[in-house]
Ligand binder design. Sequence first.
Ligand SMILES: Nc1ncnc2c1ncn2[C@@H]1O[C@H](COP(=O)(O)OP(=O)(O)O)[C@@H](O)[C@H]1O
Ligand SMILES: [Mg+2]
Length: 237
Amino acid sequence: MTTPLLRVEDLKARYGPVQVLHGIEFNVFKKEIVVVLGANGAGKTTTLRSISGMVETSGLIEFDGQPTKKLNPSEIVRRGVAHVPQGRGTFPELTVEENLKVGAFIRTDKDIKTDIEACYSSYPVLYERKAQTAGSLSGGEQQMLAVSRALMSRPQLLLMDEPSLGLAPQIVEDLFTRFVTMNQDHGTTMLIVEQNAQLALDIASRAYVLESGEVTIEGRAEELVNDDAIRKAYLGT
Ligand SMILES: Nc1ncnc2c1ncn2[C@@H]1O[C@H](COP(=O)(O)OP(=O)(O)O)[C@@H](O)[C@H]1O
Ligand SMILES: [Mg+2]
């Protein structure tokens, strides 16, 4: 067995007196795309925020073989974890190009400009709008920018919280196709939280289902697509 890139064991989290994660456990291996499914309020966002060091937790979170417990969020980014938060993960008052530069805040190397150009060639619309504020972009363009901004830290692991939320189906399909390309071309490992189970299971190798702060189902994506409970709860068929 290889060591997982991300190992989560007995993860518990609370907001004040209310415990919302009750000892969850999962792994993400290098180069995998893993999806987390679950209803509203199940604890998906809290799980990603825990990995990024934004929530007080107990239990074990290990990234690349090292516990992340004592690290603050920017140290976790430095270790190689980037987070595209739920909603629009951009700074609306900053321009497209400024957003990309902010995404590279941990870097001092000379390749930042090259990486910005690479973003522009993947997403020409971002090049066209590079001097516009992020807030003036359409929802789909903002999501492309949010993902591009996260990639500017050259992450090993990309956490994405409901990237399809509020986007038209065609745009979502395009975005997910790009996730697959990113994964294949650059080997970027991804942990994606999604309500759009069908699309997410199509691109993922494995999935976990969270219910009320616990992992209740896990398995290979192609098996879960055919699982009756999953079909009923998340695929509407
Ligand atoms: N900042 C917060 N303060 C108090 N309770 C919160 C906060 N954020 C989330 N919660 C509660 O924690 C639970 C899990 O929320 P969340 O992780 O956002 O779930 P999901 O992303 O699966 O919808 C929910 O019951 C939610 O109401
Ligand atoms: Mg959420």
